[in-house]
Design a protein around this ligand. Structure first.
Ligand SMILES: NC(=O)c1ccc[n+]([C@@H]2O[C@H](COP(=O)([O-])OP(=O)(O)OC[C@H]3O[C@@H](n4cnc5c(N)ncnc54)[C@H](OP(=O)(O)O)[C@@H]3O)[C@@H](O)[C@H]2O)c1
Length: 387
């Protein structure tokens, strides 16, 4: 099959890291499904895979016994079931499906003891930590990873949403009692991004009030169309980055005046003096101090990424005195994937397909993402499909 491969010697900028090569179609093990990939979604995780950092995905897999010296990325797909392995349930050849990229070992001890499989120590993200993702003519997934493709969507639109939509859904509805309630203000970083564009719509759908952060006028307009109450342009502020040492009074006071000004802008946009009950985080080091400061008393900052860095500085006084919650969240459960897919199927949530790329443009799509020059929403790549 044709596949877009990353090799260790090409680690670096995504535009150079992906290259089309011919490799064998992977074997289908018991419980697995071979899918003819029609279209594939573009996610930030394969920017990381291309860079070989923070994880050298090929070396990490080889350490656990894999023999392949290449990585086929792609954690989202729409496609047609081509063959099923022995004992695979729930799908049959010819079914049109999408996939959630979470793979776990159903016989893992923690799962047998009742853990949510998404929290299992056996969890791996297919198409990132695991090989044979969707940037190839065929992909292999486990049977439980398949969900029915929303019939109303094109192949490209159906392939673009799952990883971001299911992740945003878990962030907003998976962490009881901090789920979005009618009237809850919610701050969404990167409102025009993959996660953000879906999050704005999900918050609105639940009756919450989404306020989005953006960095351009074009992105502001996009978020408003999706239902944002208003937007904050982060270019108007300059207190980003790591928190100063809390014993440095002058630096802390300068930082606080930046964070307070951002908070006042939040009130203006919201139209009332209330803090966000939930903050949807993924930008990481640059923004987490502000997120933790701004979040309401007894509210939650829920984070699924660290695009700008992994140092999560917080002034602990805000955490304990105001009894806030900082919650990590990673991908989604089968139920969450199914629920968000239903909302998309019903037309309640738009997958926000922004641009569809050709197969030879996989590197370009990831390069745009890396440089934050990608169009608002979620991107897709045509594999076997023509649209
Ligand atoms: N753990 C998981 O399950 C999971 C799942 C999906 C994504 N993620 C992670 O979440 C992150 C975002 O993913 P995505 O698909 O939404 O990416 P995306 O489409 O690139 O959106 C991210 C948005 O972040 C904003 N941003 C960039 N630099 C920023 C900064 N310095 N400060 C504040 N905002 C900034 C940008 O919007 P503006 O420039 O307009 O502000 C951008 O649109 C990535 O790191 C990804 O790996 C994790």
């Amino acid at each position: 099959m044709y596949a877009s491969l990353i090799r260790q010697e090409r680690y670096g900028e995504p535009i150079n890291a992906f290259r089309t090569e011919v490799v064998d179609v992977p074997p289908v093990q018991p419980g697995q499904v071979l899918i003819k990939v029609m279209a594939a979604g573009v996610n930030y995780n394969n920017v990381w895979a291309a860079l070989g950092s923070p994880l050298d995905v090929i070396a990490a897999r080889q350490k656990s016994g894999a023999t392949e010296d290449f990585h086929i990325g792609g954690s989202d797909l729409s496609g047609i079931v081509w063959a099923v392995g022995e004992g695979a349930r729930g799908v049959k050849p010819g079914d049109e499906v999408v996939a959630l990229a979470c793979r776990w070992d159903e016989s893992a001890e923690d799962i047998r003891l009742g853990a949510d499989p998404v929290t299992s120590s056996s969890l791996r993200v297919w198409g990132y930590e695991e090989n044979y993702g969707s940037f190839a003519q065929f992909a292999v997934v486990d049977d439980y990873m398949c969900h029915p493709k929303p019939a109303r969507l094109s192949w490209a639109a159906a392939s673009c949403y799952m990883a971001t939509a299911a992740t945003a859904y878990r962030q907003l509805f998976g962490w009881h009692p901090h789920t979005v309630r009618p009237g809850d203000p919610v701050l969404i970083w990167g409102g025009a991004g993959g996660l953000g564009s879906i999050a704005i719509q999900l918050v609105r759908h639940a009756g919450g009030i989404p306020v989005a952060v953006v960095s351009s006028e074009e992105r502001r307009e996009f978020c408003m169309q999706l239902g944002a109450q208003g937007c904050i342009d982060r270019r108007d502020f300059d207190h980003w980055g790591r928190l100063p040492d809390t014993s440095d009074e002058q630096a802390m006071s300068a930082w606080l005046s930046g964070a307070r000004a951002f908070g006042r802008r939040f009130w203006e946009v919201l139209g009332e003096r209330r803090a966000p009950r939930i903050v949807l985080e993924h930008s990481g080091a640059d923004t987490i101090p502000t997120s933790m400061y701004l979040c309401d008393n007894a509210g939650m900052v829920v984070i699924c990424g660290g695009t700008t860095g992994y140092n999560g500085d917080i002034d602990l006084r805000f955490l304990w005195m105001r009894q806030k919650r900082l919650q990590g969240s990673h991908v989604a459960s089968l139920r969450e994937a199914r629920e968000v897919t239903r909302l998309i199927d019903q037309g309640a949530i738009d997958p926000c397909l922004s641009r569809t790329f050709g197969f030879e443009e996989i590197g370009l799509a990831h390069q745009l993402l890396r440089e934050n020059r990608h169009p608002a929403g979620n991107m897709a790549v045509l594999v076997n499909a023509e649209e």
